[in-house]
Design a protein around this ligand. Structure first.
Ligand code: ADE
Ligand code: ZN
Length: 323
């Protein structure tokens, strides 16, 4: 079997806090005297039973990330990890909600720390990071407007996108249209988590009301042929995270995952890890799983990475430098 680790990779869907190694969170918890023992299993891994429980554990882990230095250190650790799998370009979801609760002044300080860490990682291990500010659906539309304000005020060379994560079964996308309109006016690329815990209508609603060019996951579009045709025709890009879907029980076996079918039907798919330590994955494992299940070869991965680079929210100069 070929070693897929050295293959150059582009990742579009990675939650920064969700990429925190459990030992990183445990050491902060010990230092800050916070008891987080309940979110880890006996082997020290994150322990959760289903998607709502995953969100609870995720948010509990975030409670020990309390200052810009924590986010600096986290960013550096995550980028070193990604670079070790030869990820050359990464887009990470950054959450002002977990960086001072969405307060703009606090957010600027946290962002400066993350950007400094990204510059260090770029110089040391050659990975380029861009930030996609994300609001969190189950925190509601009022809070999302505040997060969009953080996005508007800090949009630029580093913050290039805006998105929505969290529980897609809560609230209707139309309630977030104002936040997405503000982000669009600020020149940000747009993406929305949909078609993970919601069916095809959830994807349709995100496209109609949020007018995004990318969908996070989107895999349940496979349940509706007309929607699949629309995704293919419109060139909507799916940020597919097979290991995440498998670990969270959506498609427990990779062979049953729809990524290959979607791709064969002309949908632009890309591959990402979502929250790697939660799902015991990394970019090499994702590629290896797809090679095993669907016999994907070097040229398939080259095409996937080309799609990802074209769909990236970075500027043209950054994209060209990566080609
Ligand atoms: N936040 C982090 N991971 C997520 C996922 N898989 N779905 C929705 N929100 C998330
Ligand atoms: Zn995600």
């Amino acid at each position: 079997m070929i070693d897929l680790r050295p293959l150059p990779k582009v990742e579009l869907h990675l939650h920064l806090e969700g990429a925190a190694p459990p030992e990183f969170i445990r050491s902060l918890a010990a230092r800050k005297k916070v008891d987080l023992s309940k979110i880890f299993d006996e082997r020290g891994n994150y322990a959760y039973s289903d998607f709502p429980d995953f969100l609870r554990v995720y948010e509990a882990a975030c409670t020990v990330l309390t200052n810009p230095q924590d986010f600096h250190d986290l960013t550096l650790a995550v980028l070193e990890q990604s670079a070790s799998h030869n990820v050359l370009y990464s887009e990470a979801f950054l959450s002002p909600d977990f960086c001072g609760g969405g307060d703009l002044i606090a957010w600027r300080d946290y962002l400066a720390a993350m950007e400094a860490a990204a510059a260090t990682a770029e110089a040391q291990v050659g990975i380029t990071l861009r930030g996609c500010i994300t609001c969190i659906r189950h925190f509601g539309p009022v809070q999302a407007r505040q997060i969009a304000r953080c996005a508007q005020e800090t949009a630029g060379a580093f913050i290039t996108g805006f998105g929505i994560a969290g529980d897609e079964t809560q609230f209707h996308p139309r309630e977030f249209a104002y936040a997405f309109d503000a982000a669009r006016e600020a020149g940000l690329g747009l993406t929305a988590h949909a078609g993970e815990w919601g069916g095809p209508d959830s994807v349709r609603d995100a496209l109609e009301h949020l007018r995004v060019s990318r969908i996070g996951h989107g895999v349940r579009a496979i349940e509706d042929d007309a929607l699949v045709a629309h995704l293919a025709e419109s060139g909507t890009v799916l940020e597919v995270c097979p290991g995440s879907n498998s670990a969270l029980g959506l498609y427990p076996q990779i062979i049953a995952h729809p990524i290959d079918k979607l791709r064969r039907k002309g949908v632009l798919v890309t591959v990402s890890t979502d929250d790697p330590p939660f799902f015991h994955t990394d970019m090499t494992r994702e590629y290896q799983g797809l090679a095993n299940a669907f016999n994907w070869q070097d040229e398939d991965f080259a095409q996937i990475n080309n799609t990802a680079l074209n769909a990236a929210f970075c500027d043209a100069q950054t994209r060209t430098a990566l080609c």
